[in-house]
Design a protein around this ligand. Structure first.
Ligand code: PFF
Length: 472
């Protein structure tokens, strides 16, 4: 049975949806934190090189595979490389399920902090309610955690259920411009704070003596997560892209937007943090500390107009997370729609329900349930032995699934897909002049596989280079 495939209504629609997928907690949360943990400057430079030399070429590879096959990852890998490769697409679907499972927990936290900030702005800010202890009590409250995850999952299901054009594209068209606007307001404010100069210096002045070798792998691993690569999200979104659009230009814009937003978010956060003496030491040990414990107090106590900016900031985090969870659910559901001929509504509802079960378990792994909180299957006997289900899933997805998926997607695109096909997809009269097919092909055939193999080898050797997403 062949159905007419959904398509993005316009080039802008695709760009906003794909950058919506890319821009998320990875940019607003993980990137500032790992930049902090890796001492700034040199790490940021290495990250930018990884994005340009590995992320951008793989982004083009994924979008071209999707667009040329008009299929989601499993069907797309089968179509370009044969049935023996469809497992790579299957791994992508599994990865989407796993990431969506834990990502909604943090998205739910952002939702709660948005509501909390609205309340604080309307009445008075209470320092006790934003302390580390208060956060611990909140994270360990099973009922509240479950309700937040449920709310976020319902919003995601609602959008994806409406389809590509009427759901994902329409929501991205509204949310992404608001998100850019909020960030600009926050940036303008942050740049006038006392700590802004130090923040900019910390982020943009490289000092290679500060960079540990494993930081390079962390930068590379993060470029996969932040660009939504390695699990076929961009194959799926590319499969709805019209033939008349340039894959190269679209990829370039999405990568540029994602990178800009990560840098802007980091500048905002560090300007706020550096503006308060002594705060650096307090928050340096944890991702949760930075986003949910330190920032609210700073906004209300130190930043002029903070009562306006704080709710805006958490609204931004919610929007950014929603446009990413949408793409994760779309990858999982489109497998059942494309390969199993399920109706969109049944596929989205079933996948949403199945993921909700996983999300609920993750939501209870911050203290509400003892077994889930200290579930040490992978980290037994290591310093991380007490990490719960949430961290296990993040570790599996970020350190194993995304690099393995990315490795095989690049191999297929560089070595199995014919030169005629990839050149035909990437080069035409709409291709921007900065693009050189030969360089792209070199990156996809040699550079990217070797670089990603380094991550896989490091993980196999047990080298611990990545920080958990929610490190308390
Ligand atoms: N790119 C998202 C972020 O930076 O938060 C996370 C993500 C979304 C990863 C969608 C993978 C994906 F398919």
């Amino acid at each position: 049975m062949s159905q007419i495939r959904d398509q993005w209504g316009s080039r802008l629609g695709f760009i906003l949806a794909a950058s919506g997928s890319a821009i998320g907690l990875g940019n607003l949360w993980k990137f500032p934190y790992i930049t902090w943990a890796n001492n700034g400057g040199a790490f940021v430079l290495v990250y930018l090189i990884c994005i340009a030399a590995v992320g951008l070429p793989i982004m083009m590879a994924e979008i071209l595979i999707g667009r040329s096959t008009q299929k989601s990852p499993v069907g797309a890998m089968r179509a370009v490389a044969g049935p023996a490769w469809s497992w790579v697409g299957g791994l992508g679907v599994l990865t989407g399920f796993v990431i969506l499972g834990y990502y909604t927990v943090i998205a739910g936290w952002a939702l709660r902090y948005f509501a909390q900030c609205v309340r604080w702005s309307l009445s008075d800010f209470s320092p006790e309610a934003s302390s580390g202890d208060a956060f611990g009590a909140f994270a360990g409250n099973g009922v509240v955690q479950a309700a937040l995850v449920l709310a976020f999952m319902c919003a995601t299901v609602f959008v994806v259920h409406r389809g590509v054009g009427r759901g994902i594209e329409r929501v991205s068209r509204v949310l992404m411009p608001i998100l850019f606007l909020i960030l600009i307001v926050l940036l303008l404010r942050a740049l006038t704070l006392d700590g802004a100069g130090r923040a900019v210096g910390f982020i943009f002045r490289p000092n290679f003596a500060d960079l540990e070798p494993l930081g390079v792998l962390e930068a590379l691993g993060h470029s996969f997560f932040t660009l939504s690569l390695g699990m076929g999200a961009m194959i799926t979104y590319g499969s709805y892209l019209r033939r008349s659009e340039s894959v190269v230009r679209a990829s370039g814009l999405v990568v540029l937007l994602d990178t800009l937003i990560a840098l802007v978010a980091t500048t905002i956060m560090f300007s706020v943090i550096f503006s308060v003496p002594g705060l650096e030491d307090e928050i340096s040990g944890s991702t949760v500390g930075m986003l949910f414990i330190a920032l609210p107090g700073l906004f209300y106590q130190e930043v002029p107009l903070g009562a306006l900016l704080a709710p805006l900031f958490y609204l931004l985090v919610c929007f950014a997370a929603l446009t990413s969870t949408i793409s994760l659910l779309e990858v999982v559901s489109s497998y059942f729609i494309d390969q199993r001929n399920w109706k969109r509504s049944s596929a989205v509802l079933s996948c949403g329900a199945a993921t909700l079960v996983l999300s609920l378990l993750c939501a209870l792994s911050f203290g509400a349930n003892g077994i889930l909180t200290e579930f040490s299957l992978i980290f037994r006997g290591t310093p991380n032995a007490k990490l719960g289900l949430f961290d296990h899933l993040d570790y599996l997805a970020s350190n194993w699934f995304l690099p393995i998926g990315g490795f095989f997607i690049t191999l297929v695109c560089g070595w199995v897909v014919s030169r005629k096909l990839s050149e035909g997809e990437l080069v035409d009269e709409t291709t921007p002049s900065w693009f050189h097919y030969g360089i792209w092909r070199f990156c996809v055939r040699y550079l990217a596989p070797v670089a990603v193999a380094a991550i896989i080898i490091a993980v196999l050797l047990g080298l611990d280079f990545s920080k958990p997403l929610a490190d308390g």
